[in-house]
Design a protein around this ligand. Sequence first.
Ligand code: PMP
Length: 406
Amino acid sequence: NDNELMDTNLRSRAERVIPGGMYGHLNAKALPPGYPQFFERAQGCRVWDVNGREYIDFMCSWGPVIAGHKHPGIEEAARRQASLGDCMNGPTGRLVELAERLVGMLPHADWAMFQKNGTDATTTALTIARAGTGKRKILLAKGAYHGAAPWCSPSVAGVTAEDRAHLIYFAFNDVASLEQAARQAGDDLAAILVSAFRHDLGVPQELPDPAFARKARELCDARGAALVLDEVRAGMRLSLSGSWEGLGVRPDLAAWSKAIANGYALAAVTGNDRYRRAAQQIYITGSFWMGGVAMAAALATLDVLERSNAVEHFENMGLRLRLGLQRQADKYGLPLKQTGPVQLPSVMFEQDADFAKGSLFAAEALKQGVYLHHRHNMFLSLAHSERDIDLALQVTDHAFSKVAAL
Ligand code: PMP
């Protein structure tokens, strides 16, 4: 029927008018066979592709959807603001309310500034760090993703050596390599940029070693540099007060995006008073950055997260999924690598360097209505219930059986 052809049809039309047919992280060509490129609608923890097929969604739009697709209260707040005005000659009062809200929630923060995408936030944070210190070098973990600008994009096409001239790489969780990188920066160290945990594509996730986090703080303090935490992916899923708060390590600057407005386009940099003047000195803006709708959605999202014990819910659902998958993998004799925080599930197979097992597993799950990712971490939302996890586990049992037969 026509419906079944919709995705194929859109893809072939896209080949003519979109370079490569699609670009960036949502390119379905990087997914196992059978994954749709185009989507029609979403509700709760479910998405429907343009062919009309329904899936339990374990990607949550790669992070932004944290309260569930089309959360009624958040949609209502966004609609109310949209009916008044969105993009105007200045921000709405939501700008101040949201900054107050983040400063109230995040012990590290004395102020906030807003952008649209995670890349805007990481780039802004580093600009503030350089403005505040008068130094140039940035230390960052090899293989970490911080966005799609020339200084950090995974592709070097169109990137000059100068774009990356002042970056020095260390290995995540490796204190000696961090110290070595700091030595290399000499007296020109502006910042250490680090993600809340290691979530690099295609490798096991790693929670931060407390000694590593403390060393990063210590080096920044000793050198007068900024500790910049990239919360874009982890933010609000590990903690509502900052992902490193539990480690007792507070960043000077933090970059947020993805989940803070439940899918509405918003990013933020939060910072402490040491960097307030620098944040004021840099020039940073965008035509759409002050839109009131996304900020109203963010205020409603943060309310929902606080009211619903969100982190505990993500932990419970994540643990249920992880234990269920582990039981099934054991049953089929398939050694599994489930790593990092349960709230951001990462499921890979041992002895699967080419991801053949992972691809087959995900493709089989997809056929039966469960949308997983085979090499990127996944995401949970408030809309995932025990029943949804259990329904997904019925499907994964079948998918494991196919992998076992490989
Ligand atoms: N930092 C991290 C840790 C991310 O996961 C991402 C997005 N995957 C970014 C930065 C960039 O965010 P955006 O795609 O919104 O620019």
